[in-house]
Design a binder for this molecule. Structure first.
Ligand code: 3HC
Length: 702
């Protein structure tokens, strides 16, 4: 028997204890251990019941995800085989669930006859987030135990439930109080079962109740998730598997589930979503920040600035229980800012997502001030004032004077040089960038900008705080726009240039939404306001590299006061919620094209896509080369979580891996040649891209 599963007996009970840190992933050794242990217990006539639990704490995090790309998930014994063996047991099998039972972990528990769980346990089938479906019986056994509607909801959303909810849904038999040992509780439960001569239960004998649901139940369910799951492949396969459970005996349903699982596992989507899973874990490992680096304690937080961004940042910390001071020198603005925060909470409460008491609790953590002396004891200060270097430097000079030694001083700048801001203080080692994305209380991404002198313990501290406020932090270096906005620049540049060359806003937006973005570039600029785009470019003339045609169309719209949705006109015309083409855009584009000597022509959809995406990927390669991002997957996380890049494509760098770096390289070279001086300027392939493509490697090799 392998060490991955410990086998022991006590009286008439055998124990199979998973022993594979960190989360008892069901790799080949664990599968083998389970299978061997189960056979041993079955054959031992002195054993009357079997408890399956964990020797290391958490019950089981599911199949070993790394085995999917390696192909070793198909090494025998297969997970479904092991679970079928357990389900068919003639002796009662009791799962003892501590911490979590996810994916294959829950499927293991479902194959057991009874389930005992601690009251902190989370049980779920999150496979859909990995681009697959539960492939070891989950789609067949859960509908039998919890009912079709509950099972479908859990499988398609991937959202886990608590032990108490699982008990209500019918697939947990006993919830153990906090502090009680789950193995002891499962042992007691097993003894009771034996005393009562309770039978082993076989899922094959359990009926699926299809009759109580309306005949159009699945059709309606599909409609209800349509918008949320647009572009994703796995949710529909999850539904088909549950449909199969309604009409097929268990053995045939399992076969169907297996076929659907294999359909999913080899798709680019599954690779992309699993890439993102590992990307999130990798992002927490920051070069130069050792495991044993001590974080600084953070109890009190201060945010400078009470505008939209400042208010959103404050809400994150209030939500997580931090005492937070919002500081603004303008008392009226401060009052307005507090009003906005309260209103936001009240809207959430109206939707039933917060109680009135929770609203008051959060507001109770908020203090306000117009004086810097009031934040001298703050552990973390985040500046969110006007995006201008002089203004930011003045704030940091004041913070340096008033904040206690060791306080972390963070800037929320999205474009400015954090090194320069840090040098405005006498403690650059304590200065860091925290680039929140708007709306800051909603968006999960947080670009953590490490300046030249930022100390490792400051990084460690903000990563800890980010986890507490439920953000996804990605550490990046200093450059214009950091990773996200820097990669956005060539994407936007090409979209705008294509308008001069003959594309329309409708075509560009259609191509990009068909690719999977929730919104095309022109609609996005109309939403954000093209005045922002214009003013940023004015403030950073270096970005245009002297290209006179750069952003020409935005300039014309800006000069006409067409700022986008907020003025009712931009790339489109707006009438309330109705959006229609703005006929002036074509005329303005023609004029700009004439002025800059650009010949207008028919632009294919393929060109729109390649010209928007490939320069963005190329910029990502430059970013990697310069060490601004530690790994390509960091760029992917930023793009998926901050810029609407479809998660099912895994981010721009993973997309490039999937279509082949040589194809990206060849297309860049093609446009470089085709577009003359413009091409020479903007389509130079990054040396890293050239090297990887030549070596036949992907960005994952960096
Ligand atoms: N397979 C392989 N590795 C896994 C894993 C899994 N199922 N679950 C976690 N890990 C690894 C992580 O990559 C990480 O490794 P690292 O330290 O080298 O970076 C380590 O375990 C710890 O993970 P976290 O940092 O995420 O630790 P947390 O305590 O924050 O979270 C967790 C633990 C909730 C289990 C989280 O890791 C998680 O959500 N895991 C995935 C769960 C899942 O999706 N299960 C389904 C798998 S697919 C399946 O079961 C198919 C089946 O139906 C056939």
């Amino acid at each position: 028997m392998s060490d991955s599963v410990i086998y022991k007996t006590q009286g008439q009970i055998a124990y199979l204890l998973l022993n594979s840190a960190p989360v008892n992933g069901l790799g080949q050794a664990v599968r083998q251990g389970l299978s061997d242990g189960f056979a041993q217990a079955s054959q031992d006539n002195t054993i009357k019941a079997i408890v399956v639990g964990s020797n290391i704490g958490p019950f089981c995090g599911g199949a070993d995800i790394a085995e999917f790309s390696a192909g070793t998930f198909a090494d025998k014994p297969l997970l479904p085989q092991v679970f079928n063996q357990i389900d068919a047991s003639s002796k009662p099998v009791i799962a003892a669930i501590d911490g979590l039972a996810l994916g294959g972990g829950l499927e293991l528990a479902l194959a057991c006859d009874y389930r005992v769980a601690t009251n902190k346990a989370k049980l779920g089938l999150p496979e859909v987030h990995l681009g697959i479906l539960p492939g070891a019986g989950g789609t067949q056994r859960l509908p039998r135990l919890a009912g079709i509607a509950n099972a479908l909801q859990m499988i398609v959303s991937g959202t886990p439930v608590s032990a108490q909810q699982a008990q209500q849904l019918g697939f947990v038999d006993l919830v153990v109080k906090e502090g009680e040992d789950v193995i002891t509780a499962a042992t007691n439960y097993a003894e009771q079962l034996l005393a009562q001569q309770a039978p082993a239960l076989n899922c094959a004998d359990m009926p699926v109740d299809r009759e109580s649901l309306p005949s159009d139940y699945f059709a309606e369910f599909r409609k209800s998730i349509e918008r949320k799951t647009r572009g994703f492949y796995a949710p529909e396969r999850c539904i088909q598997a549950v449909e199969a459970a309604c009409v097929l005996p268990l053995v045939d349903g399992l076969k169907k589930e297996g076929e659907l699982f294999l359909e999913c596992i080899n798709t680019p989507q599954a690779r992309a979503q699993q890439h993102l899973f590992f990307a999130e874990r990798a992002a927490g490992k920051v070069p130069g920040v050792a495991k044993d680096t001590q974080a600084r304690p953070v109890k009190k937080v201060a945010v400078i600035g009470s505008g939209t961004m400042g208010g959103g940042i404050v809400m994150n910390f209030l939500n997580a229980g931090f005492a937070t001071t919002m500081l603004d020198l303008n008392a009226q603005a401060l009052e307005r800012g507090v009003g906005v925060i309260r209103k936001n909470y009240e809207i959430t409460a109206k939707k039933g997502k917060l109680t009135g008491q929770q609203v008051e609790q959060r507001m109770g953590l908020l203090t306000t001030s117009t004086q810097y002396s009031d934040i001298q004891d703050a552990d973390l200060v985040i500046e969110a004032v006007f995006e201008k270097m002089d203004v930011k430097k003045a704030v940091f000079k004041t913070l340096d004077e008033c904040c206690k030694p060791g306080a972390i001083l963070a800037t929320n700048t999205s474009t400015l040089d954090v090194n320069e801001i840090a040098e405005a203080t006498s403690r650059p080692q304590d200065v860091i960038g925290l680039h929140f994305f708007s709306p800051a209380n909603v968006m999960r991404l947080l670009e953590v900008v490490r300046a030249e002198k930022t100390s490792p313990d400051v990084i460690k501290t903000v990563l800890g705080c980010a986890a507490k406020i439920k953000k996804l932090p990605v550490v990046v270096g200093v450059c214009f726009g950091f990773v996200g906005n820097r990669m956005l620049e060539p994407y936007g540049r090409e979209a705008l240039r294509l308008l001069l060359e003959g594309a329309t806003p409708e075509q560009i937006d259609r191509v990009l939404t068909e690719f999977g973005f929730p919104m095309g570039f022109c609609s996005m600029i109309d939403l954000a306001g093209n005045d922002i785009s214009y003013l940023t470019r004015q403030a950073h003339p270096e970005v245009t590299q002297g290209d006179p045609s750069y952003g020409a169309l935005v300039d014309s719209l800006y000069e006409l006061g067409h700022y986008g949705q907020k003025t009712g006109c931009g790339f489109y015309q707006y009438n309330g919620r109705d959006k229609s083409a703005n006929p002036d855009v074509i005329t303005l584009a023609e004029q700009a094209a004439f002025k800059h000597g650009i010949t207008r022509r028919e632009i294919s959809d393929q060109e729109v896509l390649e010209r928007c995406l490939y320069p963005l990927i190329n910029e990502g390669a430059l970013i990697l080369e310069e060490g601004i991002a530690a790994r390509a997957s960091d760029c992917d996380l930023i793009y998926v979580n901050g810029y609407g890049f479809p998660a099912w494509r895994g981010g721009p760098m993973q997309y490039a891996n999937e279509i082949g770096l040589t194809n990206v390289l060849n297309a860049l070279n093609k446009y470089k040649e085709q577009l003359g001086e413009y091409g020479e300027r903007w389509f130079k392939p990054a040396p890293l891209l050239q090297k990887l493509a030549t070596d036949g490697k992907s960005f994952n090799a960096v």
